[in-house]
Unconditional design. Structure first.
Length: 163
């Protein structure tokens, strides 16, 4: 599927939430989409690493690292694992490292920034819970559209009437 987020917004803006948080883009795939999976964690990437080691089936992993830039939540090894396991992309509310290599991977990657410091590995956090990027809540199964302009979210469930 080829799209631009700006055209999608013009066509279907009322159905889509736009993320205003500003990310840097990495990886050779700058336009990507897929159903969301999520991890919420803080300076600890063990859950995200484990999930990206399982079949992605074209999903986009949203890692809500609370915006901390103190430790990197993904590097080239985890990025390569995401590619090998069929993930479309990884969006990180936090930092990555090995960014020069990550930038060469056939993967869509958005992160706030970079830090060479390694993540903790205690496994604290939650998988497939609703997470927040700025003002936008992303639930597992929501459809994500990302390109150079930003990130649009299509809620998977139609809101109930009167809700
Ligand atoms: O293992 C980590 O914490 C991140 C990393 O360096 C990699 O993915 O290569």
């Amino acid at each position: 599927m080829t799209f631009t987020t700006a055209d999608l917004y013009d066509e279907r803006g009322s159905e889509l939430a736009s993320v205003s948080l500003q990310f840097r883009s990495f990886g050779t795939i700058r336009t990507f989409s897929g159903p969301a999976r999520t991890v919420r964690c803080f300076e600890d990437n063990a859950l995200a690493k484990a999930l990206l080691g399982t079949a992605g089936n074209g999903a986009v992993l949203v890692i809500d690292g609370g915006g901390s830039l103190e430790r990197a939540l993904m590097g080239d090894m985890i990025g390569q694992s995401a590619v090998d396991n069929g993930w479309s992309g990884v969006i990180i509310n936090g930092a990555i490292r090995d960014s020069v290599v990550v930038d060469t991977l056939p993967l869509g990657v958005k992160a706030l920034g970079t830090n060479p410091a390694k993540s903790k590995k205690a496994g604290l956090g939650e998988v497939d819970v609703p997470v927040r990027l700025g003002t936008v809540v992303i639930a597992p199964g929501d459809i994500i559209y990302a390109d150079a302009d930003g990130i649009l979210i299509e809620k998977s469930a139609v809101p109930e009437q009167g809700a």
